[in-house]
Design a protein around this ligand. Sequence first.
Ligand code: HEM
Length: 461
Amino acid sequence: MPVNLSNTKPLAWDAASLDADTKAMLDNLQPNILQAHVRESLSLLLLNFGDGADGRRFLKALVPLMKSARKHLDEVRAFNKTKAPGTPYVGVGISRLGYLKLGHETAKFGDNAFKSGLKRRKDTLSDPPVSAWEPQYQGEIHAVVLIGDATPEPVAATRKRVLALLPKTAKVLGEETGAGLRDDQGRGIEHFGYVDGRSQPLFLADQVAQEPGTNWNPFFPLSHVLVADPLAPHPSRHFGSYLVLRKLEQNVRAFREAEDSLADALGLTGADRPRAGAMLVGRFRNGTPLRLHDRPSSAGFPVQNDFSYRDDPGSRCPVGAHIRKANPRDSRDEGLERVLGVMMARRGQTYGSRTDRPWDDAPPQTRPTGGVGLLFMAFNSSLQSQFEFTQQSWADNPDFPAGGTGHDPVIGQGKRDVKVRFPKQWGSSALGAPQHQVPQTVTMKGGEYFFMPSLAYLKSL
Ligand code: HEM
């Protein structure tokens, strides 16, 4: 039976009744797509192949260091039962130019954004000119190798093994080092200090079963992340996913100043002050959704994700908040992101080190202005209708979902000339005076589009 990517039920990946094609799919799919792989410590290598044949041999030689999605899921299950540690994650993505270098045609790939490459999409995405990107992103990136694990040691050892396989004709254009950032309660956060990575599309039955799902159904069909691998021996059983990688630098000091200015403009004092930042992000630093609470709750971990925006025209969570712009949830009956198929699987990691405590209230001048940020990564079945649509039509569009909303305060790019209004009080329809949008505090420093091929393809090289 062909793999049904549109199945309306979550995938019971361990069911005895699983059909042969779906089993083959799981045995040949790279991990980290259907379910996040631990990558608390992450090394990301950007490669250029001087010689196509050498590039092919290298990619094939990587396969023994990799594992399948199924092996990863088995490891997760074992870890949950006995705390047995899993093996490191090695993931490989190939860019359009990479496939050409390896001697392939790219006509069979369905995604036009992938077939253009990120550099040629910079106007669509209002990105800085390529000359302003970091040098490692300016040249021809052919492949990315991701090496991740819970601690640095296995990553370092695996990185060594990967580099030992690299032919002399290949170059490492650059390397990024990701390191998970956690608050004092152990929750994963990003550099502005907010809990991140909580709201995700879930594809697997065991994951969906752990979520309440009363107000927000986290289940999404496989068609959101999987596409047939057009160059694999059996594209009907061998699947891959498009990966977007963007290095997003965060000016933490400027963001903290913007939070303070907004709190002042709205007259928020004392325990109400953190609501200013929550109005920009859509959650408080500890992950509490502003849709549900006017102050950070102590509801514990994992933070709440079972909410919709039904009955909230923006008086609780402003329609311009980052999480509401990037996922409007149920703006229409079935939910806009479901109708349009926009939800992607975010798998980013923070980069850069700092000595302050990102989650606390220390003054803005003690915060970094650069050198830290997010290695934004997400898996898509269509870069155009998922990542690019989110960035261009929602985040960068001051009229989404309605005129006067403004840019996404976290990731919006472009001239922020629209004035915006925020609710004076939580839950009140009375709006404060129009005011300038917060400045842009996230800067794109480079990136690329990749396809994460099936293991069957890599073995066939
Ligand atoms: C959620 C921060 C970049 C799309 C979140 C959350 C935070 C956050 C704190 C809340 C945690 C959660 O609900 O999982 C940031 C920062 C970024 C960044 C600091 C850049 C430095 C992006 C980009 C996109 C994006 C580039 C897409 C174009 C989303 C989506 C959600 C989210 C879809 C989930 C919203 C939901 O389902 O409720 N982000 N983000 N983010 N972000 Fe970002």
